[in-house]
Design a protein around this ligand. Structure first.
Ligand code: NAP
Ligand code: MG
Length: 482
């Protein structure tokens, strides 16, 4: 134990006001669901019930889509880009003003450390609205093609790992381009989306431009299947993404799918090794490893593998795992019991396959869902822990000898969302980036995001890009009016 222990530094939860139950946000108002079974959302760090949330039925989804259609035809698609931009700027500013409230609520509902909600999720969510506010009146100059116009009503379904940030990635470009939205947050993390409904009202956003319906998979499916939806934007697992692609095949609906990943974080022997260790920590232990583009496979050059192993484990032993509301916490709670079971199952598979398991041995709280930072070494390409997404604080270490071998191994998964390269050599970075089949390649850094940079996958990581000028393409149609 270190001689210098950290004193507790808990963030106050007094800044948030959580209602005991929530309705659905449709047409600018909270309304009761027409049936459905209400469900509870819990704080995964304590298992405390935070609120009861409505399950939107097919009828509720229909009402939401109609509200979005009315707002689209009567108001939003007729408004000038400059005026739409004013609303987006307003939303961005309100998110900044209420950042602390949102960060605390996100941490309570999701389990992520408050320092991440505060320093990553919230600034990036506001930045997405600022960035897209700037595009709203400049779409004619974005090289999208002649006369870019909105698509209509967009259905959006998002996961639980970055609830408000994923909402921002979805809603900001849709609105900037003149579309209206029906969005479903994940079952385990609905609260910041419901608080965002309040931001829409505070910003005087015309009713029906943004509609938030809560529920689980069936509600998501009702959005996917609704004939009044013009475009779908989905972020989640590859399995559900494939089902969605099948459901909409043969319809006129457009879709972007942001799915899973199994990113390689590639460490060459000339890399600054302590920086690379920090990059590995950021790559896989940020947000408990619940990150689609997490660097979940370390590929390390063989001659430094032992040294890296030693330095990495020494560093992981210093990570503070525990109360997400403590400002010193590095790794928070696993989002749900279901996800914890999935991680435990995959770790058992790794051990059964013969990989060597190590964990940091830290103490864990008694209530809630927790998993220690874990490293598997002696992993080979055929192991399931080298191929399948674990979506938790678990990293697999593989080795390579040459750049060509690193590329071959990095590309040898069904996914292609992101990758990282650590080396001093610029020419090698460029050569590797060109060979890697990954939507995002980071060099001497990892998990860096910016609204101006497009994000998306190759292969089973999905299709379409979000963010940047490229992200706008998914929300407009161009050319002759049909
Ligand atoms: P998931 O099970 O696919 O869920 C994603 C969303 O889809 C949730 O809102 C979920 O509802 C909903 N859903 C479930 N079944 C559905 C159906 N049949 N039709 C329509 N919607 C349905 O994924 P998850 O486990 O929550 O999230 C983790 C996955 O997301 C990981 O694989 C991760 O890699 C991926 N992810 C990708 C990105 C990216 O940008 N590429 C970003 C973040 C996460 P409920 O949760 O309420 O049941
Ligand atoms: Mg929750």
């Amino acid at each position: 134990m270190s001689p210098f222990e950290y004193a507790p530094a808990p963030e106050s939860r007094a800044v948030v006001d959580i209602a005991s139950s929530y309705g659905l946000f449709i047409g600018g108002e909270f309304v009761e669901a027409t049936g459905g079974t209400p469900f509870k959302t819990v704080n995964p760090a304590t298992e405390e019930v935070l609120a009861e949330v409505s399950e939107a039925t097919d009828d509720d989804v229909d009402t939401a889509v109609r509200a979005a259609r009315t707002a689209y035809t009567r108001v939003w698609s007729r408004m000038s880009g400059a005026d739409r931009g004013k609303y987006l700027f307003r939303i961005a500013r309100i998110l900044q003003e209420r950042a602390r409230e949102f960060a605390v609520l996100e941490t309570l509902d999701n389990g992520k450390p408050i320092k991440e909600a505060r320093d990553v999720d919230l600034p990036l969510a506001a930045a997405h609205f600022f960035y897209h506010a700037g595009w709203a009146d400049k779409l004619d100059h974005a090289s999208l093609g002649p006369d870019p116009r909105p698509l209509g009503v967009v259905g959006q379904v998002i996961p639980w790992n970055f609830p408000l940030l994923m909402l921002s990635w979805k809603i900001a470009p849709a609105l900037a381009c003149g579309n209206t939205v029906v969005l479903k947050p994940a079952e385990t993390t609905p609260l910041t989306a419901l608080l965002f409904a309040d931001v829409c009202r505070q910003a005087d956003l015309p009713p029906g431009v943004v509609n938030i319906v809560t529920g689980a998979g069936a509600t998501g499916q009702a959005i996917v299947d609704h004939p009044g939806i013009d475009k779908l934007a989905f972020t989640g697992s590859t399995a559900v993404g494939k089902m969605i692609a099948r459901s909409i095949a043969g319809t006129r609906k457009k879709a972007t799918l942001e799915l899973g990943g199994k990113a390689a974080n590639i460490i060459f022997d000339d890399a600054p090794i302590d920086q690379a260790v920090e990059g590995i920590v950021n790559g896989i232990f940020f947000n408990q490893g619940h990150v689609c583009c997490a660097g979940s496979r370390i590929l390390v050059q063989e001659n430094i593998a032992e040294e890296l192993d030693h330095r990495l484990k020494r560093r992981l032993a210093t990570l503070r795992v525990g109360d997400p509301m403590d400002k010193n916490t590095d790794v928070g709670a696993i989002n749900s019991r279901k996800q914890l079971e999935r991680i435990e199952e995959m770790v058992a598979v790794g051990e059964a396959e013969g990989a060597e398991r190590w964990d940091s041995g830290c103490d864990l709280p008694t209530n809630g869902f927790w998993f220690r930072p874990t490293v598997f070494s002696g992993v080979s390409q055929t192991h399931r822990i080298a191929q399948e997404e674990i979506f938790g604080p678990v990293v697999s270490v593989l080795t390579f000898r040459t750049p060509a071998e690193a590329v071959a191994k990095a590309n040898n998964t069904p996914y292609g969302l992101s990758a990282g390269i650590w080396t001093e050599k610029g020419s090698r970075i460029l050569w590797m980036a060109d060979q890697l089949r990954a939507g995002v390649v980071w060099a001497n850094t990892f998990n860096k995001f910016d609204p101006s940079s497009p994000f998306g996958g190759y292969k089973e990581s999905g299709y379409g890009r979000e963010g940047g000028r490229h992200g706008l393409e998914a929300y407009v149609t161009t050319g002759g009016r049909g």
